[in-house]
Design a protein around this ligand. Structure first.
Ligand code: MN
Length: 295
């Protein structure tokens, strides 16, 4: 079933590393499963061989998006100048990877470290973060690259946990190419529901992660996808939707530990991914038809 949203899958569904062989498996499998986009994690931007990956993307007719979370030692949501400087460098390096892959999107937990904090943020740390993101957005705008703020659950950041916090932070950044990146796995933990916060984003929503409550197969957890797809259809959301799922069957030494992927939720990446693509395409199609019949 076709979809009017570009549909993507996170590379960690296929492979935990990014050697040329791993990149080939991930990119070829993404194309074979029928997706338009592969989301490539760039926690360490230097691990991506840009010209090699760009060539493989072209061969398979795929677009890429770039996502990352900052580390505690590169936290821009901080009052420590060294951490902020390293975070700024990492984000600009990730932007350079996006530019080299002709990717139009860099997002994730780019506004803070992706970690469990031992205390709340401070106003000064929040402003430091916003000022780096403002510079990143201005750099990105030169190549028409969009910057996405993925608000996450309280165990993975102390800065942005909800849509409202993200919109307020975006007002502080005040750059037109910065968008809300909504992940229903995180929303399921922190929001009162899906519909009201998604509608609150309006046209500032620019990227969506689709994942189940246990980050396994879609439809086998407690997320109300009728509500999610209904809200996205009512918003006329036409942006990317990317499937995220994590299992101990595929391990990235850095990312899997950060995301607390301790259990095996699946072993067959292709079955998982093709099921997810159909689930999202069919769900959005049905939500659009329901909306159409209501008039
Ligand atoms: Mn996500």
């Amino acid at each position: 079933m076709s979809s009017s949203n570009p549909l993507g899958v996170h590379a960690l569904v296929w492979t935990g590393g990014w050697s040329p062989d791993e990149a080939e498996v991930a990119i070829a499998s993404t194309a074979r499963a029928g997706f338009d986009i592969i989301e490539i994690p760039a926690l360490d931007p230097s691990r991506i061989d840009v010209s090699d990956t760009a060539r493989r993307l072209r061969e398979h007719g795929l677009a890429a998006t770039i996502s990352l979370g900052l580390a505690p030692d590169s936290d821009i949501n901080s009052e420590d100048a060294d951490r902020i400087a390293l975070g700024r460098r990492t984000l600009l390096d990730a932007l350079a990877v996006a530019r080299g892959l002709q990717a139009s999107y860099v997002g994730g937990v780019i506004f803070s470290a992706m970690t469990k904090y031992s205390g709340p943020t401070t106003d000064r740390a929040r402003r430091n973060s916003a000022s780096v993101i403002k510079e990143l957005a201005q750099e990105a705008a030169r190549d028409d690259i969009t910057i996405g703020l993925e608000f996450v659950n309280r165990y993975e950041s102390n800065l942005l946990n909800t849509v409202q916090q993200t919109l307020d932070y975006m007002d502080l950044v005040d750059e037109p190419n910065v968008v809300v990146h909504a992940d229903v796995y995180h929303m399921n933990i922190e929001e009162r529901g899906f519909r009201a916060p998604l509608l609150l984003c309006a046209d500032r929503l620019g990227y969506v992660h689709i994942g189940e409550s246990n980050r396994g197969y879609l439809g086998q957890g407690t997320i109300d996808f009728d509500e999610v797809f209904g809200a996205l259809a009512d918003l006329d959301y036409s942006g990317p939707m990317t499937f995220e799922s994590f299992s101990s069957a595929v391990v990235d030494p850095q990312l899997s530990t950060t995301l607390a992927v301790w259990r095996n939720l699946w072993s067959d990446s292709m079955d998982l991914a093709t099921h997810a693509r159909e689930f999202i395409a069919a769900g959005m199609e049905q939500a659009r038809q329901t909306r159409g019949s209501r008039g």
